[in-house]
Design a protein around this ligand. Structure first.
Ligand code: OXD
Ligand code: MN
Length: 645
């Protein structure tokens, strides 16, 4: 009774704008932390006020980003049974989502602009674009206002001020995320720079408005479920014209950590287009050769192509050093000398766990066993986690699956194959600072200079280990026609079919792909621009027995080494139909036995004809009559080169 009275009092405060400004609305759990809402700028206060009126939370807590607060959030999650401490490791936790909330949901992801063609390319009548979903903003607002109405009842609304990129860097941007999920607060605390220090820089910056709710209000006295979500009403919505994001119904990171895909890719790519820079789905890696020459590369790969492994590469060629700057997103701007400089806007790794092991990614294995939240991996009886691809557990260790089924280890090999212990999209969420080989400039406010961009995909056939584009326009074409086998990171994708994923941005475009291509092409017109070279790589080619013919992982450095020597102007490339490939003997395969160079670089006329036919059909379907002319000219030139094979 008393609790109810207090709640309605608090609610009253939330409802009355004037009082909201006066009140420091605390939290049942976090009474000693948080900052007063009064310290926020009037713009932020009114944003919070409007959303609080709609969502009707019981309380509001403005995050200060302190250690004490972070501890309190974790305690809260453990008390509610939503996180479990993993005694085998140092300060690590385990979370299990609802089975229906394990991945990004692309069909319910929208970009809302006043003109449809600003969000997605026009298609012919009856053809549904695969490059994003659009809805008119007022129509979407109406639907979302209904969903959000009262959605935070019985919960706390957390206000998270966060910076994408080093705080105060001219390349960084600020967001304010409202959420009713403590799991999201804990994860945002790892993935972004949050709290008081961001608020202190806020005055001069505009901010991206982000509202997230799990969409599961609690009536007074109602018991919460272990993983609140509302998959039936899920919507992840970007409004680029208003710098605003609204996400409803999911707690899964890709849908709920709004700084990541929603802001740093969808919204930021539209800001980047307006301001003349790039926000891309790319890793950033520093490589230093044995002579001490250091270069930075960026790489765009669709999910599940080993992007995190490449970002954390362990060199196999003696004398090389590889240091990470970022594993998922790059924001790149020209400096005064015309060089593209990149920052990693994130502050943590939200990596796919399965497949990570001491061989594939030893540095990740050194990073993730402290201060990390694991989601949907399997759990072990010795207080740890396990996933497919990780080194085997000790014989007496019992494995509980991500869905809570015990003794998975006792299943037959076939049953284990058919019901993986960890969800294929299970994740680790770990602070980037723990990475043992971070580049010294990883947080430089000026970013790092990019010399080469790598595009790639998971292609079992057709595409050679590496080829170099012959010009910037050709490089943009190479990015535009990227394809890869599908992934578990998206809930609605079938695996094992080869899908188009231009620039690895298909799920993340914040504006029309036509305008995106025009923007990329226009960069070469910038006076004094010193553009990076563009390469395409494929680590995943298979032989006729279905076995990979390139060892991959750390050995990929050999391929990058060749590319960097091309950046130095070495005469080590021969023309081929697809692009420039290594002259025989110029790719360093010293000490590598059994590598079939011919198979790795073979370009088969029939396969390539099929491939370009498919590319042409894709452009005709997705961008009828809108493919920028220089790119159609590249496609025609490629067809011509293939016809002469
Ligand atoms: C990711 C993805 O989660 O690309 O990084 O899907
Ligand atoms: Mn990604």
């Amino acid at each position: 009774m008393l609790l109810q009275a207090t709640r309605s009092l608090l609610r009253l405060r939330v409802y009355q704008p004037a009082k909201l400004r006066m009140a420091t609305i605390g939290s049942r759990y976090l009474t000693t932390t948080g900052v007063s809402i009064k310290t926020l700028s009037p713009d932020i206060q009114s944003f919070v006020e409007v959303q609080a009126k709609l969502c009707k939370p019981d309380q509001i807590h403005v995050c200060d980003g302190s250690e004490e607060e972070s501890k309190a959030i974790l305690e809260h999650l453990m008390k509610d049974g939503r996180l479990e401490k993993l005694p085998k490791y140092n300060n690590c936790y385990y979370a299990q989502t609802a089975p229906a909330d394990t991945a990004r949901v692309e069909k319910q992801t929208f970009v809302c602009t006043s003109k449809k063609s600003d969000a997605v390319p026009d298609t012919k009548p009856g053809v549904v674009s695969t490059l994003g979903n659009w809805m008119d903003p007022p129509e979407m607002d109406k639907q979302l206002d209904e969903k959000f109405d009262g959605c935070m009842q019985g919960r706390t609304m957390y206000v998270i001020p966060y910076s994408m990129g080093p705080i105060g860097s001219p390349l960084s941007k600020i967001g304010i995320q409202l959420t009713d999920s403590e799991y999201v607060v804990a994860s945002m605390n790892v993935m972004t720079r949050i709290g008081k220090k961001v608020i202190d820089t806020l005055g001069k910056d505009e901010f991206v408005k982000c509202v997230h709710s799990v969409g599961y209000p609690l009536k007074s006295g109602e018991k919460d479920v272990p993983w609140p979500c509302n998959p039936g009403k899920l919507a992840v919505v970007q409004y680029p014209e208003r710098n605003e994001i609204r996400s409803f119904g999911s707690g899964y990171g890709g849908n709920s950590l709004l700084g990541k895909k929603c802001f740093a890719l969808r919204i930021a790519s539209t800001i980047a287009k307006r301001e003349g820079w790039l926000a891309e789905h790319m890793l950033i890696l520093a490589l230093t050769n044995p002579e001490g020459k250091k270069r930075y590369i960026a790489g765009a790969f669709p999910s599940a192509c080993g992007k995190t492994n490449l970002a954390m590469l362990t060199p196999t060629i003696p004398g090389w050093k590889a240091e990470c700057v970022g594993d998922d997103i790059a924001w790149m701007r020209f400096d005064d000398d015309g060089k593209l400089r990149a920052i990693n806007p994130e502050y943590g790794f939200f990596g796919v766990a399965p497949g990570t092991n001491k061989k594939s990614n030893p540095n990740a294995m050194k990073t993730v066993f402290h201060n990390t939240v694991f989601t949907n991996t399997a759990k072990t009886s010795d207080g740890g986690v396990w996933w497919e691809g990780m080194e085997a557990c000790a014989n007496d260790v019992k494995v509980t699956t991500w869905q809570g089924k015990e003794n998975w280890q006792d299943l037959s090999p076939e049953e284990r194959r058919d019901t993986p212990a960890a969800h294929p999209n299970s994740r680790f969420c770990a602070p980037i600072k723990q990475y043992p080989l971070l580049d010294e400039n990883w947080e430089s406010p000026d970013g790092v200079p990019i010399d080469a961009i790598f595009f790639g995909g998971r292609r079992p056939d057709t595409i050679p280990l590496i080829y170099e584009s012959s010009s910037w326009t050709h490089g943009v074409f190479v990015g535009a026609q990227m394809k890869s086998e599908a992934t578990a990171a998206a809930a609605d994708m079938k695996s094992k079919s080869v899908l188009h994923d231009p620039f690895a941005m298909r799920p993340f475009f914040g504006y029309s792909f036509v305008q995106y291509l025009e923007h990329w092409l226009s960069l070469q017109d910038r006076p004094g621009a010193k553009l990076p070279k563009i390469f395409h790589v494929n680590w995943f080619r298979k032989d006729s027995n279905g076995k990979f013919i390139w060892p991959g992982f750390g050995e990929n450095l050999r391929v990058i080494d060749w590319a960097l020597r091309r950046c130095d102007g070495e005469d080590i490339a021969d023309p081929s139909p697809l692009g420039l490939i290594p002259k025989p003997g110029t790719l360093n395969v010293d000490e590598l036995s059994g590598v079939d160079m011919e198979a790795l670089f073979k370009q088969n006329k029939t396969e390539l004809e099929e491939d370009v036919k498919d590319t042409q059909m894709y452009f005709d379907r997705e961008l009828p009559g809108q493919l920028p002319a220089p790119l159609q000219a590249e496609l025609d030139a490629l067809k011509d080169r293939i016809s002469k094979m």
